[in-house]
Design a protein around this ligand. Structure first.
Ligand code: PHB
Length: 390
């Protein structure tokens, strides 16, 4: 059974040719959006789907004379499922673009399918540096962990934080965050006194946080994927790490706008670095947050939503430029080099790396109008993924 569900490169190539001729006749442009809609990463799926639908509602569903069809599939964040769904979308549905990808293993599992079928693949969430190198058809609209971690390692030693314990989810993005934070902090004269890794699935943070307490660093640096931040925050406070004088610093994945407002006042003062805050003070963002919230019963968009929204824009603009002609290669070419103002600030799809170049912000959790927000207090402009210079 298992064997039969795997397609050979030849079968995929044949399917692509068939897709080409089918598309010549029909006037739809299909986007296969694969997301975790259930399970541990479900908030990522909910945010990205909502953002994609908002983009379509605001920009219409006809582009270059083609009717846009969004096909959403739930991979439950299991990479084998992501790969099977991607194959079905390419072969049966003959999608023009693959998009979504809530976690790194899902993106990596799909990369060979994008390559073999010459289908552009827009990574809207997953953030391990190496993902864009897994296929020349991958374009990223999210961020990378090295991109956001380095800024915090520059900020910390200037603010009395010299000794740090790192705590990360034990897979691609966590390992990137750990390495790039540590290298930069060490370069800046600081020290990582312990590096802890927790499992991605069903993590129990308690024993790790006890170790941190015993270690007594100036600060704990954390990366966990979107959706897991509230649990870390709760246990950090319950174990009294704040009272023991240990500061919590993190990538913005931890003070995720999807959860932040429910974390309580214990989150106040937490400093993070990231590429998007719902409180980003620009006219474009204000409009985005209002429209998103209105369309989704008051839900606040998080950084995943912005990756989905901008990813849709990259697809729409590429379709306009290529006029729906020339297949996957023309579409991909038109994605490269795009530059526009996103709700997060100005962004750029680097034509060479196909990765995103963007501003990274230092933020502090503060109360505004009775609600908790990541309030930006500093910015590092036009940050490329430092992982590409290895
Ligand atoms: C990833 O798996 O690449 C990932 C997921 C969630 C995040 C960041 C990275 O918040």
């Amino acid at each position: 059974m298992k064997k039969r569900s795997f397609l050979t490169a030849a079968a995929l190539a044949a399917a692509t040719l068939a897709a080409g001729s089918a598309l010549a006749q029909d006037n739809t442009f299909k986007i296969g959006l694969i997301l975790p809609m259930t399970g541990q990463q479900a908030t990522t799926g909910r945010q990205i789907e909502a953002a994609a639908r908002l983009y379509m509602a605001q920009n219409g569903d006809t582009v270059a004379g083609k009717k846009i069809q969004l096909i959403v599939k739930d991979d439950t964040s299991l990479p084998d499922t992501t790969r099977r769904l991607a194959q079905e979308l390419v072969v049966n549905d003959k999608v023009n673009v693959l998009a979504g990808f809530g976690i790194t293993p899902s993106a990596l599992a799909t990369a060979p399918i994008a390559t073999q079928s010459k289908t552009p693949m827009v990574v809207m969430a997953a953030a391990t540096s190496s993902i864009t190198q897994a296929s020349p058809y991958i374009v990223r609209s999210s961020f990378t962990l090295p991109q956001v971690s380095v800024a915090l390692a520059d900020w910390a030693p200037k603010n009395g934080i010299k000794k740090v314990v790192t705590l990360v989810s034990d897979y691609g993005p966590g390992i990137d965050a750990e390495k790039f934070f540590k290298d930069r902090l060490t370069f800046n004269g600081g020290e990582v006194t312990d590096a802890l890794r927790v499992p991605l699935r069903n993590p129990d943070f308690a024993p790790f946080l006890q170790k941190v307490r015993d270690n007594k660093p100036d600060a704990l640096f954390v990366f966990v994927p979107s959706g897991a931040g509230a649990a870390v925050m709760k246990q950090f406070l319950e174990r009294g790490l704040d009272k023991a004088g240990i500061r919590l610093i993190a990538t913005g994945d931890v003070t995720d706008d999807d959860q932040l407002n429910d974390m309580g006042d214990g989150a106040l003062g937490v400093v993070t670095s990231h590429h998007y805050s719902a409180a980003h003070p620009s006219a474009v963002n204000k409009k985005f947050v209002e429209a998103f919230s209105k369309a989704n019963k008051g839900l606040r968009p998080n950084f995943m939503a912005v990756g989905g929204y901008d990813g849709m824009r990259v697809i729409y603009e590429a379709l306009k430029t290529s006029k729906g002609q020339g297949g996957g290669d023309a579409l991909l070419a038109a994605m490269k080099g795009q530059l526009f103002e996103s709700p997060r600030g100005k962004i750029f799809i680097d034509a060479q790396t196909r990765d995103i170049v963007q501003d990274v912000y230092l933020r502090k959790v503060e109360k505004k109008d009775g609600q908790l927000y990541n309030v930006e207090f500093d910015v590092i402009k036009d940050v490329k993924d430092p992982g590409k210079n290895k």
